[in-house]
Design a protein around this ligand. Structure first.
Ligand SMILES: *[C@@H]1O[C@H](CO)[C@@H](O)[C@H](O)[C@H]1NC(C)=O
Ligand SMILES: *[C@@H]1O[C@H](CO)[C@@H](O)[C@H](O)[C@H]1NC(C)=O
Length: 381
């Protein structure tokens, strides 16, 4: 039965309905039949995409120590599920071993006193967990970690996860590893300067929303997204390959709207903005720009041919167009101004400054120290 036929039927039944219970039943089934949510539970005001279903934790817990472990530390905070974590301290937490999150955790990095909070030296993992919200948090693995199989953030086989305004740098395996991850959003984040495999994010399963992120100076995977995907208002700078599906045999759909790809000194083939995308993929692409000339001016041209993907004439997901409120040029301005953890620290400022050179500076690196920043390249917080 189509929607108008349903509505007609409901009207007729409404005419003859007598009880409140009947009315409630009608309203509920009408919302369900139209595919509308009954309640709009959001991870936080302004959360978007598939990960916005995360509700995180509700039990308040305050991090009071930057130590690696012990009472009041970040490791202590995330060891029990259900916690809504705030910070009374700011600065780097220098980890000696990876930290595994529990399920149903919210990390409110924005509550730390200025200049904010983050970790250095090891992986943060939400592997196999669910219902996680991480905001305004810096995750910088770097070569303090000798384990080359670990990433800055790992959410393998996790579900219902949203990272928002995070700064994920110096990842060794990937910046973000998300194989088998379901219902994910990565939004308003900086994903930059991976030092090992030099990869951004690797996600399989999904669905996933990549929204208003700044991806800088990686070899590839910005992201690798073997999933039904929304990729909206992202900026990718100084890539060797950017949006990839790695010629997977999997059949996926991709809404790719109003993104800006900008070549930099390490970009050898600007046309690898879309990489290894075969005929198993379907893509809706609109408003994407490629600035390939490294001339210090933002002057991209249309880039809406998504490899060999079958062309969709409308988005696969009905929410995509509504999320694409910014043009690619406006997304560039917005991401430059606001992406990453707030307030912006030395590492993020350095990353953003390379983007603003619009082709002149930027390098794909193997050691965070080569940024020239203090504290062995981690900068000070
Ligand atoms: C979690 O803590 C943050 C920061 O204090 C607060 O804004 C938010 O309302 C809390 N959320 C829940 C579900 O308790
Ligand atoms: C993913 O989100 C949808 C709602 O959009 C929900 O129905 C589904 O159960 C979620 N998947 C998991 C694994 O939680």
């Amino acid at each position: 039965m189509n929607t108008s036929a349903r509505l007609l039927r409901y009207e007729r039944i409404l005419d003859s309905s007598r009880t409140m219970a009947q009315l409630m039943y009608l309203l509920v089934s009408l919302f369900l039949s139209l595919g509308l949510p009954l309640v709009s539970a959001l991870a936080f005001p302004g959360a978007v995409g598939f990960g916005s279903v995360a509700t995180g934790g509700t039990t308040p817990f305050v991090v009071t120590s930057l130590a690696d472990s012990g009472t009041g530390t970040f490791r202590d905070a995330v060891s029990v599920s259900g916690r809504n974590i705030t910070f009374a301290v700011s600065g780097y937490i220098n980890l000696a071993s990876p930290v595994s999150l529990s399920s149903s955790i919210t990390v409110n990095g924005q509550t730390a006193p200025s200049p904010g909070v983050g970790i250095m030296g090891r992986e943060i993992s939400a592997s196999d967990k669910s219902n996680i919200i991480i905001r305004n948090f810096r995750m910088r693995q770097g070569n303090l970690d000798s384990d080359t199989g670990k990433s800055a953030f790992n959410m393998g086989h996790a579900s219902n996860v949203i990272l928002d305004h995070c700064s994920v740098e110096y990842g060794v395996w990937d910046s973000i590893d998300a194989v088998g991850a379901v219902n994910v959003t990565v939004s308003n984040s900086i994903i930059a300067l991976p030092i090992g495999q030099q990869f951004g994010a690797h996600l399989e399963t999904g669905p996933v929303t990549w929204y208003r992120n700044l991806w800088v100076s990686a070899h590839n995977r910005q992201p690798l997204t073997k999933a039904n995907s929304q990729y909206i208002n992202n900026v990718v700078y100084n890539y060797q390959a950017a949006y990839t599906v790695a010629n997977t045999g999997g059949l996926f759909s991709h809404d790719i709207i109003n993104n800006y790809f900008i070549a930099g000194p390490s970009t050898t083939s600007a046309n690898d903005d879309y990489f290894q995308i075969n005929t198993n993929q379907k893509a809706f692409a609109s408003g994407n720009l490629l600035d390939s000339n490294k001339d210090g001016v933002l002057n991209g041209v249309a880039a809406n041919t998504i490899g060999s993907a079958v062309v969709l004439t409308s988005p696969w997901n009905p929410t995509s167009q509504g999320l694409a409120t910014l043009s690619a040029a406006a997304a560039y301005a917005s991401v430059i101004a606001t992406a990453g953890a707030s307030p912006r620290d030395q590492v993020d400022a350095f990353v953003v400054s390379t983007v603003q050179s619009l082709g002149k500076t930027g390098a794909i690196i193997t050691n965070q120290a080569s940024t020239g920043l203090g504290n062995n390249g981690y900068g000070t917080l």
